[in-house]
Design a protein around this ligand. Structure first.
Ligand code: PRP
Ligand code: MG
Length: 181
């Protein structure tokens, strides 16, 4: 069918649940960074929705920048190769940096990003992620802010894609089998 929502078989988190949880995370982040000069870094492209909503839930001064990385340099994610497709426009030396992503799966992307940004002499580097799959984790990543831990299932929506589609869904869920066939 043409309606994108009809391809979801099971909704894990509704738009309202996502906004509620992001509000809680934003309140905690605002408290933790009180009086500091926060730079939030979104990881393109999946983090666009989380960045937009999380940043707007924080009623404080902050700066936003973006990075794009590819973890498919040698064909598969398991190759462990990450490269920068778009670097920061900001000098993060001495800055408090909060990396924002929508999911930690194997942990490859964010473990690599934390190492990369840490080498630029920031005051601090932390991670906020909406979702995490503990069973899939194969790299050391310790996000300071986690929305929810989820089972090791393929999920789409709210930035998460299947073959570049479904990022524009407001909810997060699993795809019906007919999508894959
Ligand atoms: C996805 C997701 C995370 C990353 C998590 O991004 O948005 O950034 O994978 O997986 P990992 O923990 O195994 O590294 P992807 O590289 O697919 O690109 P996208 O953000 O453009 O969808
Ligand atoms: Mg991503």
């Amino acid at each position: 069918s043409s309606h994108v929502e009809h391809d979801l078989v099971n909704i894990l988190f509704t738009e309202a649940q996502i906004q509620q949880r992001l509000g809680e995370m934003a309140a905690q982040i605002t408290e933790d960074y009180a009086g500091r000069d926060l730079l939030v870094v979104g990881v393109l492209r999946g983090a666009v929705m989380v960045m937009a909503d999380l940043a707007r839930a924080m009623p404080v001064h902050l700066e936003m920048d973006w990075m794009a990385v590819s973890s498919y340099g040698s064909g598969t994610k398991s190759s462990g190769v990450v490269r920068i497709l778009k670097d920061l426009d900001t000098d993060i030396s001495g800055r408090d940096v909060l990396i924002v992503d929508e999911i930690i799966d194997t942990g490859l992307t964010l473990s690599w990003l934390v190492n990369n940004l840490s080498s630029r002499s920031p005051a601090s580097v932390e991670i906020a992620t909406l979702l995490r799959k503990p069973e899939a984790l194969s790299m050391p990543v310790e996000p300071k802010y986690v929305g929810w831990d989820i089972p090791n299932e393929f999920v789409v929506g709210y930035g998460l894609d299947y073959r570049e589609r479904y990022r524009n869904l407001r909810d997060i869920g699993t795809l019906a089998p007919h999508v894959y066939s």
